[in-house]
Design a protein around this ligand. Sequence first.
Ligand code: G4P
Length: 524
Amino acid sequence: MINKKEIARRRTFAIVSHPDAGKTTLTEKLLLYGGAIQVAGAVKSNKIKKTATSDWMEIERQRGISVATSVMGFEYLETKINILDTPGHQDFAEDTFRTLTAVDSVIVVIDVAKGVEPQTEKLVKVCRMRKTPIMVFINKMDREGKDAFELLDEIEQKLNLKVTPLSWPIGMGSTFKGVYNIYYKNLHLFSPGKQTIEESIRFDDMNNPELENYLEQDAEILREELELVQGVYPPFQKTDYLSGEISPVFFGSALNNFGVKELLDVFTEIAPAPLGRESDVRFIKPEEEPFTGFVFKIHANMDPKHRDRIAFVRVVSGVFRRNTNYLHVRQNRMLKFSSPTAFMAQKKSVVEAVYPGDIVGLHDTGNFKIGDTLTEGEVLHFKGIPSFSPELFRYVVNADPMRSKQLAKGIDQLMDEGVAQLFTGKQSGRKIIGTVGALQFEVIQYRLEHEYNAKCRYEPITLYKTAWFVSDNKAQLEDFRARKRGQIAVDKEGREVFLADSLFSLQMAQEKYPDIRFYFTSEF
Ligand code: G4P
């Protein structure tokens, strides 16, 4: 029997934000509460961002570090927490989207001065599509920023989220006094520069004159603002949060470790335990006895001498066990893993059993690709890890004819990792690499050289978008294929895509062939 308590006590989530809002700092503080790290600064190095220009050597260096911080598991009181790290750099947005398929909720960090920034908008949009429960942490309250009401308005408008504050700030910047926790009904005072956690003072009744003792003239402002909050925002209902309809908001300062414990406490109390996942056959519930899981991320080993990789598997149901045969559904073969890794306290260690919601790292010599499903024998595929039509395209050309085999293998494996997408022209046989960011082209070139001993160069191609296409109308399909012969390619799975060189040509095709359906994500 699967132990339901083990499922119920797990929380698997990601922290998302625009670079610099404070995701790393918050992650680090959360880890401190779990005793997962002893010193601040341990997570800091995991940052593929600061340099907006292409600095791929730096990325390589950081890629090594980020294996360790891809998943950070720790115990906090009775709860097992798994934080899944997401790259900050926008060129790696697709990595982040995929990681979001493996979490059950997210915490969005917003800088109080900067408000809602573009990267946050994009990421929240993906969460909303999936109805992922979202909590918002407004960070850097120790600095001057936007008025709380204004900021909440901005969040509602730009992120299209309904919010309800569960804590409320008292002043900000140099006059920041702390927060009133609406959820726990207590006052939490801020002392700048002090990182110790101070006792909260319970205030069930805001009219209690003792409030003045702590806040002086700010007490009255707080009363008025809380009244306004009550009038404007709906009362918090856990069910609305869990269904993704309302997002609770907290205020604090990650750097000062202020408001972080409260966030964590409320989070562990209300955030969802591991949820099931939809498959092409049926919905899989976590408490089902047989193990199922899917690969959402693949990380290449940094040591070029050992070209093995780690496939990150989210356990959906049952218990994953070491040295047990599991079906690799896509390849229709049984595989057994002798050294599955768990990610606890930033250390990797071999585990015997892994529960739903947890992530297990499997050593892989090239069997896996993103989206692969593992089961105890049932043939099913988990849904929801689509590839998006890339934004940038280039022809990839072999620059060392003696090493074409290595090049093919390297490209193949990098595509399985989800670094980019490969399309092969049906008529020309030319290979096209499509990415979401310019950095990936350099990463691919660099990694091919260093890990596969192969050289490539790129040639420009004018491409607006690739669109997967299908139709039941055979005549239209044949006509389209014949007329667009030079503009049709196949993806790695052998599915046809239309290489539209402009928006105009795409629209023309859509008009001329009304029975052909064009898709811009691979899952349709
Ligand atoms: P990110 O992962 O979202 O990109 O952000 P990160 O945590 O790296 O934070 C970005 C910057 O904001 C850092 O400063 C960090 O110290 C600062 N910061 C985070 N939380 C707070 C806060 O509550 N208050 C204030 N005032 N600053 C905060 P940096 O100078 O870029 O880096 P560092 O030199 O401090 O490492």
